[in-house]
Ligand binder design. Sequence first.
Ligand SMILES: Nc1ncnc2c1ncn2[C@@H]1O[C@H](COP(=O)(O)OP(=O)(O)OP(=O)(O)O)[C@@H](O)[C@H]1O
Length: 267
Amino acid sequence: MIEFKEVEKRYPNGFLALNHINLNIEQGEFVAIIGLSGAGKSTLLRCINKMHDISGGTLRVNTINVGQLKGREVRNLRRNIGMIFQSFNLVTRVSVLKNVLVSIVPNMPFWRKIFGVFTRKEKLQALMALDQVGILEKAYVRVDQLSGGQQQRVALARTLAQNPKIILADEPVASLDPVTAKQVMEDFKRINQELNMTILMNIHHVDLALAYATRVIGVRNGEIVFDGKVDEINEETLAFIYNDTKEGRGVNHHAMEATIAEKNSIA
Ligand SMILES: Nc1ncnc2c1ncn2[C@@H]1O[C@H](COP(=O)(O)OP(=O)(O)OP(=O)(O)O)[C@@H](O)[C@H]1O
């Protein structure tokens, strides 16, 4: 379980990016985090694996108080929490398999990395992860010869091979075309359902969020302004989440209607 209690994140320059965050996420949930650019979505996600330190409140992951972790404890936490980025973060000049293998062996000695010495068990584990996201046949292909969607699948396989309990995904489909984005969302859904993996995903495509997640958290100006099931989302709730009142921006009703229509066509 991920538990935020009155969490606050103030950046060193004094900017308060998260305020009064109270949240409980159970194992196996698929949560989409939505909100305007700059609302605090990435900050919220990155506090969970301590890429950012919180400045107030308490954040626990499976009862472990994340704020108190140091050094090796942080590395252990991160082994249980996979992270997927918009930009894939792969080593593009080596094979798909090697990218996955390197994530399997924690703290691998330098010489093993250089010479690529892996056991049969490690290779099998990596190949199984590739199979789970449907790109087993690309195992020996160099990453830079793959499409964006395939690269994101490799990133997902690399994360899966770590055997995490939680996956944090920061805009994982933002740079993919609509068809490929849906395929990658299908992968996330399958992994969520088959492995009971908790998935927390920042996503700008509200239509995809509503089609694949089960719960939606709306963030506005560093605060949670909506937290509910996907079917509780309607035009009004979306308008509320995306209405940046502090800057006096109005709601684009046309865009909202288009989003709802698109959601209905996917569902
Ligand atoms: N290192 C930093 N120092 C100061 N302010 C920061 C820092 N990182 C982010 N911020 C500010 O915190 C706020 C939230 O940023 P964050 O990246 O979490 O937003 P976001 O909702 O993920 O946006 P996007 O959808 O564009 O990625 C923004 O106003 C941003 O400018």
